[in-house]
Design a protein around this ligand. Structure first.
Ligand code: HXC
Length: 258
């Protein structure tokens, strides 16, 4: 598949997808979401890739769904095409770690896409928001749900009902982003974090990701049981033996992803 709206790169074991519609602040049109899904599927299948970074430009991660493209669609259009569900959610289904590197605007579907990733590293100029209310609609790619889990009810209500934007400092304080870095360092820092993860045992990393994600979807008791079972199952891997032996022998581990 040729890509018109994204740029795909690899940096050793890190895959990078750059949203690239500069004339519309990376508004997420249908074609872009299809391309992003295709690129993610390829990275998922590529054994050389251990983690992925999803990023935009210095001005915008993405300013939301493409308003001009969707404005005239009818209820039947969006319902029958299963708008959002059909092409947008590949990032949330991706089994390898995926980091959103956000600079500039991450609004509406852009904020929702960033929240589908495992964590968000943002630049000091980042601005997050769910301004759909200003367009006579509501977040439709998980904004009311994921943002509320990230930042709590009060701030999520504030963001979704007033449509105001939140800067990087507030986003970090509220727990939406894991860290803020200077704009010029954003891509390097995100790739560095992804490279750190990509060097680790792939199956163990996937289990860890699954376990953290479980915290959003179940009770504490069930989540802890799920974690315990996965923790136990790591003892069936060669990588757990290698990791612990390497520590005891004062050397670096050499993981085989087995
Ligand atoms: C289509 C968009 C766009 C969008 C910006 N553009 N956002 N086109 N869809 N979401 C286009 C503008 O029309 C303009 O094109 C160009 O990008 C530059 O934008 P400006 O508005 O001129 O830039 P600026 O003045 O800097 O303002 C930046 C901005 C503003 C504050 C981000 O563009 C804005 O408010 N955008 C819409 C944000 C939004 O409402 N997002 C939620 C979308 S709904 P031209 O051709 O005029 O130069 C959504 C629903 C999600 O995401 C639910 C499920 C998908």
């Amino acid at each position: 598949m040729a890509y018109n709206n994204i740029i795909v790169e690899t940096h050793d074991a890190v895959g990078l997808i750059r949203l690239n519609r500069p004339n519309s602040l990376n508004a997420l049109c249908q074609e872009l979401t299809e391309e992003m899904g295709d690129a993610l599927k390829k990275f998922e299948q590529d054994d050389a890739i251990g983690a992925v970074v999803l990023t935009g430009s210095s001005k915008a991660f993405a300013a939301g769904a493409d308003i001009k493209e969707m404005k005239d669609r009818s209820y039947m259009d969006v319902y029958q095409a299963d708008f959002i569900t059909a092409t947008w959610e590949e990032a949330s289904r991706f089994r390898k770690p995926i980091i959103a590197a956000v600079a500039g605007f991450a609004l509406g579907g852009g904020c929702e896409l960033a929240m589908m990733c495992d964590f968000i590293i943002c630049a000091d100029n980042a601005k997050f928001g769910q301004p759909e209310i200003n367009l006579g609609t509501i977040p439709g790619a998980g904004g009311t749900q994921r943002l509320t889990r990230f930042v709590g009810k009060s701030k999520a209500m504030d963001m979704c009902l007033t449509g105001r934007m939140m800067g990087a400092e507030e986003a970090e304080r509220a727990g939406l982003v894991s860290r803020i870095v200077p704009l010029d360092d954003l891509e390097d820092e995100a790739i560095k974090a992804a490279a750190t993860i990509a060097k680790l045992s792939r199956p163990t990393v996937m289990m860890c990701k699954e376990s953290v994600n479980k915290a959003y979807e179940t009770t504490l008791r069930e989540g802890i049981m799920f974690e315990r079972r996965l923790f136990h199952s790591t003892f069936a891997t060669e990588d757990q033996k290698e990791g612990m032996n390497a520590f005891a022998e004062k050397r670096s581990p050499s993981f085989k992803n087995k």
